[in-house]
Structure formats: C-alpha cells, structure tokens
Ligand binder design. Structure first.
Ligand code: URA
Length: 434
C-alpha cells in the first residue's frame, strides 16, 4: 500500500477501506508517512468529506494508536460526558457526582482549557491538593470504591490524534466535521465508557457557529459511538452566551457547589439536569426521562451529589472542606463592578469575547504551557433576557491586576442590550439517532 494512492483516492472522492485508513494512521504515528502527505490527505477530507463508516474507521485507528483504558474491571455500567468546549462550562462538576451518587460509575478523563474555553482539570486544581494524575490501577480502584474518578488524560491517549490535530491547526483543516468527530470520538472511545453523552455547543463561543453544522457533527459522533456499541446521546446547546454566571476556575467551582446545594443559575442547572438525566436513562436505571429528572433533583435536594463531590475531592488528595465551605477559596485582590450606561433587555452576550476577557485576566491560557491564576474571572450579573436599567451592575471582574480597563471594554462590547425582549433558549436539540 502507498500513501500517495490513498490520498489520490480521497482526492477523487472515493470511499477508503478500513485497511487503507489504518495504514495511513499507523504510518503517520510511527513517522513513516510525512507531514506533507498527511496535510494533503486532511485537505482532501476537508473538501470531499468522509462517509460515516470512514469516520468510524478513522476514530478507531486513532484510538488504537495508543493506550485504551480497560474498564472491564469496574463493575456495572460506566458513563462519561464530553463537551465540545464552551465558556463557563462547569457541567462535569455537577453531572458526574450526581450521577455517581445514584450508583452509576463515572470514570472520567478530562482535558485542560485552551484559548477562550476552560478545562475541568484546571477548575478542579483550584481546590488545594487535588491530584489529577492517578495510575490506571488507582483510577479503576477508586471508581470501584466510591463510584467516581476524575483525572487528566494519560499521555498516550490517542497519540495519532495529538499529532494530527497539531497538523490540522497549521494547515487550515481543523474545521472539517468528519475530522472533528473522529478526533473527539477517538478520545472518548479510548476512555472506555459504555454510555456517553456529548454536549455539542453552537454559537459565537463555540467551534460550530450554526445549528446545521452542529447537528451534522452531533449525528456523526452519535453514529461513530453506535458503530462501536456505545449508548449515545448528543445534546445541542446554545453558546450565544456563557453558561451560568461564573467564568474562571475557582469561581466556577463555587458555582458548581452552589448548584449541588440547589442554588445554581437557572440555565446551568437546567443543562446539568438534562445531561445527567440522559445518562441516568441510558444506563437503564429508569425507563423514562421524567423519572431520570426526578432522580437528579432528588440527589440535589438530599445533598448526595454534593457529598459525592466531596468524596471525590478527598479520594484525590484535595481538601474537601472547600466543598462544604466555599468561602475558603482564595480570592482575587480586586473586584470591579461594571455598570450599564444603557437600558433595555440583554439580547446576546458574546461568549468568545467573555472567554477572551477572562483569559486576559489570567484565567485561561493562550498556549498549553501557560500558567493560570485560579482566583480570577468574571461573574455575569445579567444574562440574555434580563431587563437592565442605567446604572445596573451587568458583571463583576475578579482580578489580581489593578488596571483592567481593556477587560472592562471587552465585557461592555460583549453585551448587546436593546429594546427587544428575548427569551433565552439553551437546549436546542437532543439527538440519539443519525
Ligand atoms: N476537539 C477535539 O478534540 N478535536 C477536534 O478536532 C476539535 C475539537
């Protein structure tokens, strides 16, 4: 087999076989196929796309390029969730402990934040002592013991995806739906869960800018998962404003704790309820969505979700007293209020701009090696649909930098306030079939 023949076939829009895709990915991972050939291949995929079967083979080839977690030693159904990346998205910190508190095993590997989007690991590391690196045996033992573990992705998880993603980044081929779907699913499949819920974000702060493309991506990922015998759900959610109120690591953990105490922001609580309920339903604990939602709300009311988060933090060496007393979290030096100089209704909050503003404060990274400041961020006081009067606080900035004029400008520009009264819509669709 020769790489050039495979590239030619994709250039001519013909369907590749599993053997051809395996040959390409294996050769590329081992360094036998050069970047220039892989660049030509990804560009051919960008223009001609891939069939569902080709995308599944690509995901599997990347998954098999490295470690695959064997979760068979964990008793019971294992579930996982994944978000395509949003601003203020701390859903895993609520969904995972609530679902685990019902006896469903939550074995999760997460990533770090990059650019305007945050990462679950960075949020967890704002809890003093929290250890994100467990060995595979420790990870499995902890899930068997307390039903939940939340760690960083192992170095050798889907290495072909790492190499290919870096290449796509510099060859203008990131925005290809089959390449995104197989990239995300290679990592999700490698982490070994039986039931997976994907949160596909749509809007200004997301990879997918419109519902049509997000639906295509969601359906393809659901199909790849199903081809690999996973129970799949994809929830399409609006990223035309940040999720919840808090953006920034410790601030988001505090918001997740408030939500587990029943005092979370409405939009964020609703999304957690839906994602958790889909996982509860697909695990077979109940046979309809309403019962699943009832269980979610029960675990919030009886604080069992909160107690499970504390157990998780304790098991991974963190100080669990922070979970019961969030006032312990270290605070930023300065808090600035931003007041509105117009009246009307909030129509839109550019999530990308808010994410970038939080990054400028030090809450996120421009590159993976950057250090972050866990204490800083932005708390939105007004959200889409809210009425605003002149002088009302629309957001607060938590900063360790004294001069934040540029951040204030960015936040003011991110808010679109006018006379039109709008209703926010968060959950746009739920997809279980291709
Ligand atoms: N996230 C991924 O993991 N891969 C992509 O290709 C895009 C987003």
């Amino acid at each position: 087999m020769r790489a050039v023949d495979i590239i030619m076939k994709k250039r001519d829009n013909l369907e590749l076989s599993k053997e051809e895709i395996d040959f390409l990915i294996d050769g590329y991972t081992k360094g036998n196929i050069e970047d220039y050939q892989m660049s030509a291949f990804t560009m051919a995929v960008y223009f001609n796309g891939m069939t569902d079967l080709e995308s599944t083979y690509l995901a599997l080839a990347m998954l098999n390029s490295g470690d695959v977690l064997d979760l068979s030693k964990i008793k019971g159904i294992k579930v996982d969730k994944h978000s395509t990346g949003g601003v203020g998205d701390k859903t895993s910190l609520v969904v995972a402990p609530v679902v685990a508190s019902l006896g469903i095993k939550f074995a999760k590997m997460s990533g770090r934040g990059l650019g305007h989007t945050g990462g679950t690991l960075d949020k967890l590391e704002s809890i003093p002592g929290y250890n994100i690196s467990l060995k595979e045996e420790e990870f499995i033992e902890q899930v068997n013991d307390i039903g939940i573990a939340l760690i960083g992705q192992t170095q050798d998880l889907a290495p072909a995806d790492k190499k290919l993603y870096a290449l796509r980044d510099v060859t203008a081929t990131v925005e290809s739906i089959p390449l995104i779907a197989s990239s995300i699913m290679s990592k999700k499949l490698a982490s070994g869960a039986d039931v997976i819920c994907l949160d596909v974000k749509v809007g200004s702060g997301a990879f997918m800018k419109n519902v049509k493309d997000a639906t295509k991506l969601a359906k393809l990922m659901v199909q790849i998962g199903k081809n690999c015998n996973k129970k799949m759900t994809a929830v399409l959610t609006n990223m035309d404003e940040p999720l919840g109120n808090a953006v920034g690591n410790a601030l988001e953990v505090i918001e997740a704790i408030n939500t587990l105490n029943g005092n979370g922001p409405k939009d964020f609580t609703l999304l957690c309820e839906r994602i958790a309920s889909e996982l509860i339903l697909d695990s077979g604990l109940v046979d309809n969505l309403e019962d699943a939602k009832r269980l979610f709300n029960q675990q919030i009311e009886n604080r069992k979700g909160l107690k499970t988060l504390a157990k998780l933090v304790h098991a991974q060496n963190g100080d669990e007293s922070y979970i019961f007393n969030p006032s312990l979290f270290k605070k930023a030096k300065y808090v600035y209020e931003i007041k509105s100089n117009v009246k009307g209704y909030v129509n839109h909050i550019n999530a990308l701009e808010i994410g970038n503003a939080a990054m400028m404060l030090g809450a996120g990274r421009a590159k993976l090696s950057d250090k972050i400041d866990h204490t800083v961020g932005i708390v939105l006081a007004k959200k889409v649909g809210d009425k605003v009067n002149v002088g009302d606080v629309i957001a607060t900035i938590h900063s360790n930098i004294e001069n934040v004029d540029n951040v204030i400008d960015m936040i003011i520009k991110a808010y679109l306030i006018n006379d039109i009264e709008v209703k926010p819509s968060l959950i746009l669709d739920v997809i279980k079939e291709n």
